[in-house]
Design a protein around this ligand. Structure first.
Ligand code: BGC
Length: 811
């Protein structure tokens, strides 16, 4: 069953039934100011950091789901309704929600009144616009009452949910004309306030939540709305809100537009006040006047569209399947921008208070984003590397506002450092900008301890070399990529976190996943060293990579697949000898991508074992059989019920590792089959079971051993976005940036006749047409560049600013 449809031309997903199986959301904002918004108007807003600068409140895991947001109420005679259906939930005569690129437009109509709300954040602006269009389609004059509603968050989202001793007394607002200002804590340490405005005179307002809603009412039936009259309440403590009340008259056929703005302002310390206790409103006024007419708003909206035209114009494909095209050309790229912006901080599944920017997560997110805005990727690499230590280890996360490592979470996740080599080489290959390597980058955010970025990469590489276990395989530390495989943790205390609790000393647990990762990015490091003339470094590194390959062959092979790890005691993890968890996906992915033992058939055997044991209807599960009891020596992984999350779930982030492995063997049919199993647009018909949005990837789909296989969770913020984009574009379609040009090496389904890709690379536009006359999966007979044959599969960097044709004949 579907709940809407793709409108590819407008790059929108159109939801036609508000009762989606879970709130289907969108992200607004591209740089500093962000909102999340659901298909029924729920969601929240923050400036830069979802924990420290939260503008509006949101109650996660609420009943009913997704209750709270930016709501509008219309009172038309005795009928009360909301244009996004919620919160009032009066049946609408027509409903539609269009989630587009950084904007959402929803529309409802009731009794021949139509209300449309367009929400977006203009580029470079610290405010959200809501353009409300009201139309009377009846033949009678209509007098309607419109109420807006938002609830302020007292800035620190964590404190806001817990510190009621203080919070119930601190709330402060000011109201002037049609603007409601939120100034809690402004008089002391804050240099910022927020405001909610409308470009029209108002009949009334409310700022005290209980006055507006009524203590025993819900947001579906606020007292003020039922009574049809606001109270002009001023909040003193308790819970400040902002609600405007407007009386609007519409002649038959008449249409009116209103501009609401939710803005954020920072002021200089000595310029905070207009007079005693009255805040300096000038910066807010300037923001308001920059968008006080529909024309100005429309222009900003057009600019936003042009911005996305440009970003998405850098890479687009034409294949025989619109489901693939819409993933590659629109939604997957869009999601990559969102994961780049948010890492794993704020969604409907992430409360934005516990996790800032993840070291491993943000490095990986970059591979799906770097072609869009390379300058931002460069800055991000710098920020991430600044949270590293001299020995290569690093903070696992940092806060976006302060850019400081998060001490509460700490480090010792031993895969973390290696991902910096991935992001850096991806950036340089995309841009050709080797100067990043010479940039002085702090260690532990201390400028006095800065060294060149190259030294950071070297530290990353040697962090593995310097932390090997008894089998000369990498020590796992707290965990590798799989946060839940906690081999040194031994937790018996339900009050401690598996990931941050003190690890048992003397453990020598080793990870085959890090081993594969090290070989892949070790080779990249060597290639980079050679490229920048560091021959000696390259030679030294080569020895370590070679040793790792040997260690995996000797101690990491189980006969038909790669082991996953050695536990604290030196026992095998992910072996046919184990009762449960005999085989894991991560080491199959990384050791095959590293091509360890390919010549001996290990890669092929491993991938065949994946097909046999891990593949299912909904994707490739993480491990099999799933754990059915708590293994204290494995940690959190064995706490999840079988088939969920890291215990036998289809953890979508790692499926592309197998797809890439398959392309190494040239098995394009299988690689693509895996791709289509988890690509959201291919699952649209399954929406009822799948539950989450059919336009973005989710973190996890319940696996074959789950109670409900195929049901998905945690959409949006997942490394799945960038890895799938990387797998499909660079390995299946096979067009990947290299230091000296664009490498062409497709591995596609044999049934395909070919495909086209437009790729803007280093200011050169390549119009690539891959033809597959013999219906094979891999292999190239001929490449013609502007009609002339070249004898390499790397298309060089051609004349900038021009379009060039590249014809690829497979064979
Ligand atoms: C985390 C990743 C981790 C993955 C697997 C995600 O929730 O953000 O860092 O690699 O889970 O455990």
């Amino acid at each position: 069953m579907k709940y809407g449809y793709f409108d590819d031309e407008n790059r929108e997903y159109v939801i036609t039934n508000p009762k989606t199986p879970y709130p289907w959301i969108n992200y607004l904002g591209n740089e500093d100011f962000f909102s999340l918004t659901s298909n029924t108007g729920g969601g929240y807003t923050f400036y830069k950091d979802a924990k420290f600068r939260r503008l509006t409140r949101y109650r996660y895991n609420n009943i009913p789901a997704d209750n709270g947001g930016k709501y509008f109420y219309i009172k038309d005679g005795d009928t009360i309704w909301s244009p996004g259906w919620k919160p009032v939930k009066t049946e609408l005569d027509h409903y539609e929600c269009r989630h587009g690129m950084s904007y959402t437009k929803y529309k409802g109509s009731k009794n021949r009144v139509e209300a449309e709300v367009l929400q977006f954040i203009p580029l470079g602006f610290w405010g959200e616009i809501q353009k409300v269009r009201l139309k009377n389609s009846s033949s009678d004059r209509k007098k309607i009452k419109l109420f807006s509603f938002i609830e302020w968050c007292l800035w620190n989202a964590e404190d806001d949910m817990t510190n009621f001793q203080r919070n119930f007394s601190t709330g402060e607002v000011e109201v002037k004309d049609s603007v409601i200002y939120h100034k809690t804590e402004f008089k002391e340490r804050r240099n910022h306030y927020a405001f909610y405005s409308v470009n029209s005179s108002i009949t009334g307002y409310d700022t005290d939540r209980e006055t507006f809603v009524g203590l025993y009412n819900g947001l579906d039936s606020p007292v003020v709305v039922s009574e049809g009259k606001s109270n002009n309440s001023i909040a003193h403590g308790w819970s400040p809100i902002a609600s405007h009340y407007l009386e609007i008259e519409l002649k038959p056929g008449e249409e009116k537009e209103l501009i609401f703005m939710l803005g954020y302002v920072e002021v200089e310390k000595d310029n905070k006040w207009e007079s005693k206790s009255v805040i300096n409103k000038q910066p807010a006024q300037e923001m308001i006047s920059s968008f006080d007419t529909a024309e100005k708003v429309n222009r900003a909206f057009e600019n936003l569209k042009a911005y996305w035209d440009n970003l998405l114009g850098k890479m687009s494909i034409q294949s025989a399947d619109p489901r693939l095209d819409r993933m590659v050309n629109i939604w997957n790229q869009y999601q990559c921008m969102v994961t780049f912006n948010m890492s794993r901080s704020a969604s409907f599944f992430e409360s934005g208070i516990g996790r800032g920017m993840g070291f491993r997560d943000s490095n990986q997110d970059l591979i799906g984003f770097v072609h869009q805005i390379p300058e931002r990727a460069r800055e991000r690499i710098y920020d991430i590397a600044s949270t590293q230590f001299e020995d290569g280890s690093c903070y696992h996360q940092y806060q976006p506002l302060t850019k400081k490592g998060n001490a509460a979470i700490g480090g010792n996740f031993n895969d973390d450092p290696l991902w910096l080599i991935l992001s850096t080489t991806a950036y340089i290959k995309e841009t050709g900008d080797f100067s990043l390597l010479d940039e002085m980058v702090p260690f532990d955010n201390d400028a006095a301890r800065a060294k060149s970025h190259f030294e950071h990469l070297k530290a990353s590489f040697y962090h593995v070399v310097n932390n090997l276990g008894p089998h000369k395989l990498p020590l796992i530390g707290r965990a590798d990529w799989n946060d839940c495989l906690n081999l040194n943790c031994f937790s018996e205390d339900p009050n401690e976190s598996f990931q941050t609790t003190e690890n048992q000393k003397g453990g020598t647990a080793e990870s085959l996943m890090i081993a594969g990762l090290f070989v892949v990015y070790g080779k990249e490091y060597i290639k980079l060293c050679k490229r920048v003339g560091k021959e000696k470094e390259a030679e030294e590194a080569q020895v370590h990579v070679y040793d790792m390959i040997e260690a995996v062959k000797k101690h990491g092979w189980d006969g038909d697949w790669y082991l996953r790890a050695y536990d604290f005691f030196g026992n095998k993890v992910g072996s046919s000898e184990n009762e449960e968890g005999k085989i894991f996906i991560e080491s199959q992915g990384w050791c095959t991508m590293a091509e360890i033992g390919k010549e001996d058939g290990m890669v092929e055997k491993s991938l065949n074992a994946v097909k046999e044991h891990l593949d299912c209807e909904y994707g490739i599960v993480l491990n099999y059989p799933a754990f059915t009891k708590y293994y204290i020596e494995y940690g959190e992984i064995s706490t999840y019920p079988a088939g969920y999350k890291e215990n036998g779930g289809v953890f979508c982030h790692n499926n592309p590792w197998i797809m890439i492995g398959e392309t190494i063997l040239g098995r394009g049919d299988r690689a693509y089959e895996y791709y289509t199993k988890i690509a959201p647009s291919f699952l649209e018909e399954l929406s009822e079971l799948h539950k989450v949005e059919p336009y973005v990837y989710c973190q996890m789909i319940a696996g074959k051993e789950a109670h409900k296989p195929g049901e998905a969770k945690n959409s949006w913020l997942s490394g799945t976005a960038s890895w799938n984009f990387y797998a499909i574009t660079q390995h299946i379609l096979g067009i990947s940036p290299e230091y000296d040009g664009l490498a062409i090496n497709p591995c596609i389904p044999s049934a395909w006749d070919g495909f086209k890709m437009k790729r803007v690379f280093r200011d050169v536009t390549y119009n690539i047409h891959v033809k597959n006359p013999d219906h094979i999966s891999k292999g190239i007979k001929q490449i013609l560049v502007n009609g002339k044959e070249i004898n390499s599969n790397i298309v060089p960097i051609l004349e900038k600013g021009k379009e060039h044709s590249v014809e690829v004949i497979m064979g």
